[in-house]
Design a protein around this ligand. Structure first.
Ligand SMILES: CC(C)(COP(=O)(O)OP(=O)(O)OC[C@H]1O[C@@H](n2cnc3c(N)ncnc32)[C@H](O)[C@@H]1OP(=O)(O)O)[C@@H](O)C(=O)NCCC(=O)NCCS
Length: 165
């Protein structure tokens, strides 16, 4: 059974998220984004969930789930309704590669697919993040194609509801 749980991120997580933002593996996976934590942790728009993953009560990572069609900045451009998109990272290097990310994704996918109308989940790792591509493919995601988001060359992957195991 998973020892990982997800809870809502709060303004009390500010220092933790800023600390994780400085870790080389977090920077490597997301070099160009400013998450504006001070502002964003203080608000809860209904198109987004910002989550802290905990391992038996110890915070180990961050996840965000959005409805890309309703997200304010229109990061995903013109996308249909009934989708979700996920961001994920583990904070400390010592916690990488221990199965925690798989548990985090399983919990997040349950949230994404809880509304019966949601058809698929999107994810956009950097094109260079080959280990993350393998990680998503193991979870059932399929490669859609390359796409440039701002300054980042990304690969889009998509998990269809029937492929969610
Ligand atoms: C991607 C990530 C969430 C996976 O979680 P995890 O707990 O490390 O993964 P698990 O232990 O469940 O599964 C192991 C797999 O994770 C991936 N992984 C492990 N370390 C990784 C790293 N530093 N960067 C990217 N992927 C990694 C690999 O696919 C690995 O399998 P492999 O050993 O066969 O290559 C986590 O590694 C991470 O936070 N990486 C850095 C940030 C990142 O790349 N986020 C994704 C951006 S889209």
């Amino acid at each position: 059974m998973s020892r990982v749980t997800l809870r809502a991120a709060t303004p009390g997580d500010l220092q933790l998220l800023r600390h994780w933002d400085k870790q080389p593996h977090v920077i490597a996976a997301d070099p160009n984004d400013d998450w504006g934590w001070e502002v964003e942790l203080a608000r809860s728009p209904d198109w987004r969930e910002q989550l802290i993953a905990e391992l038996e009560g110890r915070p180990i990572g961050f996840m965000q789930i959005i409805d890309p069609a309703r997200e304010e900045s229109r990061y995903w451009g013109d996308v249909p309704d009934r989708l979700r998109a996920i961001d994920i990272w583990i904070g400390e290097t010592d916690d990488l590669g221990r199965g925690y990310g798989t548990w985090m994704m399983q919990l997040a996918l349950e949230k994404c697919f809880a509304p019966p109308e949601v058809t698929a989940v999107l994810i956009d790792p950097l094109a260079s993040n080959v280990r993350a591509h393998r990680f998503y493919e193991r979870l059932g995601f399929r490669f859609v194609g390359p796409r440039r988001f701002g300054d980042d060359d990304c690969f889009v992957f998509r998990l269809e509801r029937p492929d969610w195991v």
